[in-house]
Design a binder for this molecule. Structure first.
Ligand code: ZN
Length: 416
């Protein structure tokens, strides 16, 4: 399987850090950023590369040569004129007869490529995009997926004010089947996100989003450059690879992150508790997964549909995103054990394993996200939250005062 690295980027925004070198050659710890990508791919057994080069591309060619120094094979495609992120692929069809990865040459990442490829194959996808929540969703390209991971739509920037969505952002790492290539025209500037993927979606191709909590960041600005340098040096980039189990902070929703209103069932009524954004940002920065586990009997009681509930959660993620904070996942229990009301949805009036104090949601999350449960923490505002944490076997279960500003941040600072 081949790895295509798009390394033609001019990198104007970062020119204060490094002038006169292509973006992909910007050094981190004395090594070009793209060399980290080569090493990553090699670790997963991929040794055939195509470098798309442009502006100052001879520097890349001089550095890597034919790749033999790294035990890999590299061929180069030099753009005479800038063709966007996708344009050059139209010239490479003869080399791309089976599925291939596409990396952007200025991204710092440590991704379990094998797991992503397995997902792509399992879904029989024509294209798989790595997507994730990030700390600036409002100025990122949002990807809407359904519960199976099928990409429904891309919402590129700019978007209307008041736009509400889940925080799932295109991270710019792709697996493509050769089937997408006819959607790229030769000699015309085009972009993967703006031009190619929307076409594929309109044609009804199988486009999937692979949600990952791993480290992947571009170095678009000097600020981000210094941040990723720190993260490489501290070992954070490598540590967040899927293969390393991670601890999580499990959080109740109502009364802990959003204001407790009895049986909240409309997004208009949802409000963050003061300090909730800062608290979740703190969790994100500490390298813990932020996972919400919430009982939502409003479904069983027929006060709220699944669509409304997912809108409430989209609003929650949007409000947190404005505070530079993100959740990795939201688990909810739609059930309630007491049947016998006329308006209820009988199929959800059952005794289940997910309603807290049962540990079902925490245990499901642990499986889904490779969580180290014995190093994880549960925080809620009720006894059932504490019990759910204990039943799941977390390290600590803590109760905080309901709806109290900064209560979550204060307790987190004593715990992590
Ligand atoms: Zn349940």
């Amino acid at each position: 399987m081949k790895i295509v690295i798009i390394a033609g980027g001019k990198g104007t925004r970062i020119s204060s850090v490094a002038d006169e070198i292509p973006k992909a050659m910007i050094p981190i710890k004395g090594k070009p950023v793209v060399e980290y990508q080569v090493e990553l791919a090699k670790r997963y057994g991929f040794t055939e590369f195509i470098f798309i080069i442009g502006h100052l591309g001879e520097q890349i060619e001089n550095y890597f040569g034919d790749g033999s120094k790294w035990d890999i094979k590299i061929i180069y495609f030099k753009e005479i004129q800038a063709l966007g992120t996708a344009g050059a692929l139209a010239y490479l069809t003869q080399y791309l007869e089976e599925d291939f990865f596409v990396f952007y040459g200025d991204t710092v990442m440590d991704i379990d490529l094998e797991r992503m490829l397995n997902y792509h194959r399992l879904k029989k996808a024509d294209a798989t995009l790595l997507i994730h929540p990030n700390d600036h969703p409002y100025d990122s390209d949002i990807v809407e997926i359904d519960e199976n991971g099928n990409v429904l739509k891309l919402y590129n920037k700019p978007r209307p004010k008041g736009f509400i969505s889940r925080n799932l952002v295109n991270a710019a790492l792709f697996i493509f089947s050769p089937k997408v290539l006819p959607n790229i025209e030769k000699g015309v500037k085009s972009h993967i996100e703006k031009d190619v993927l929307p076409k594929c979606i309109n044609q009804g191709m199988n486009i999937y989003g692979y949600v990952s909590p791993e480290y992947i960041k571009d170095m678009g600005t000097p600020d981000r450059y210094y941040k990723v340098c720190d993260d490489v040096l501290s070992g954070k980039v490598a540590k967040l690879n899927w293969r390393n189990p991670r601890p999580a902070i499990f959080l109740d929703r109502d009364g802990v992150i959003s204001r407790e209103i009895d049986l909240l069932h409309s997004a208009d009524k949802l409000e963050l508790i003061e300090g909730a954004g800062e608290a979740i940002k703190y969790i994100n920065e500490k390298g813990y997964l932020a996972i919400v586990v919430t009982n939502q009997p409003v479904i069983a009681r027929n006060l709220c549909t699944f669509e409304e509930l997912s809108h409430i959660h989209a609003k929650l993620e949007t409000l947190l995103g404005e505070k530079h904070a993100y959740l990795n996942a939201i688990y909810f229990c739609p059930h309630h054990p007491d049947a016998g009301y006329p308006e209820e949805r009988k199929e959800y009036k059952i005794k289940c394993n997910c309603r807290k104090p049962s540990p079902g949601m925490l245990l499901d999350a642990a499986k889904d996200w490779n969580i180290n449960i014995s190093k994880s923490i549960m925080i809620g505002d009720r006894k059932i939250d504490v019990q759910a944490g204990e039943n799941a076997g977390v390290k600590t279960s803590v109760m905080i005062e309901q709806n109290k500003p900064y209560a979550l941040l204060d307790v987190l600072k004593t715990l992590i």
